[in-house]
Unconditional design. Sequence first.
Length: 426
Amino acid sequence: MSSTHYEEIKKLGESIYENPELGYKEEHTKQAVIDYLKKYNPECTIQKFSTTGLRTTLGEGKPIHIAFLAELDAVYAPSHFRADSETGAAHNCGHYTQVAIALALYRQLVESKAYEQFDYTISFIFVPAEEYLDLAFRDELIQKGVISHYGGKPEAMKLGVFDDIDVSICVHAMGGEFSKRTIEIDCDLAGFLYKRYTFKGKSTHAGVDPFSSVNAYNMSTLFHTAISLGRQQLDEKEKVRLNPIVMESDMSTNVIPNQIKVGTDLRTLSTPYMQTVAKRLDAAAQGSALALQGEVEIDTQMGYLPFQQDRYLSSFVKAAYEEEEQIEDIWEDNSISAAGDIGDLSYMMPCIQIGYSGFTGTIHGDDFIDVDPEYIYDIFPKFLFQVLDKLNGKIDRSKLYKRSYEEYVQLVQSILEQKEEHGIEA
Ligand SMILES: [Zn+2]
Ligand SMILES: [Zn+2]
């Protein structure tokens, strides 16, 4: 990249950082992407999808189709030092750099015409709303029929944006500080869902007649205890995370509480284990209600599916890294309990998410920002170009898999319908 190209793309990244936008509202970012694409490829066709999603293709009609993805949205983080004072949005997940990196890569491909030599088609897909937040607004969009998924990737899957794609590549900022320029491969992500347990009992006067009460608060206490003791039986390889909290209660000191709602997330590295632990949580809640002659209503809300990075695709990244001189270190196989909607997409097709260092502060924290723009905006996109080159002529179709959006919906339904609601006879 010439220094003018570097300066230009760095400025673009900074302008997105300075104008953070929450999911499905990324209008400024969308326009910045369109302007850049049009500047370097005036003839390009840009398909728009959902609210702010964009897709553009190079080298149409070849037998394999790779997508390079970038996430457009910021995080809700009003205490971040560069947060938007009106919306509370801040780019503390580094997505602003993803957009700039994708555009830098796109420009290299267009200017060099390298994509013409590739034996695959490549699409650049700019996806809204990766972060799972601002849910009241998204509920409104769902009610209006604008979207049907909180996450931008499942929404794009529903709209058919990925129907003709065989493989997806994304990149993501690495949290933490690194003394060497580093990439990361095969960092699997957890999937998650939300459980809400409404314990129901019977109110009576706490002083006069506690004897005929059914205490919902006590049921929730028993439930918390069961979860705590049950942690011993959780497979540590699955990196399970449970953070139960009391969400709603209607209590006063002289009335035995008759209703309390406990909510918890549940994160695991695999879908089957998510189903296993979800069942155990339900059983603990039912048992706690049963022990005290109460009832519990169970409600499950799906988050994102676990993400297993595709090892076959990663082998091409590793091969490119071995020939790369400016990137000094590689991290491999460090799974984490964070989640992303790339997990949902990886149910449909092989996906990888390549990590890159170059940041300081805490990811999703109050001080996250890039400190090595040369690496992020120049060296790393050039490296990705090498990865694409490695893939050229080498992709073995028999190592890929494909599932439909309908199959994805069925899987999510099967997780949700495990046990929608159950009362325990007192
Ligand atoms: Zn994030
Ligand atoms: Zn992110």
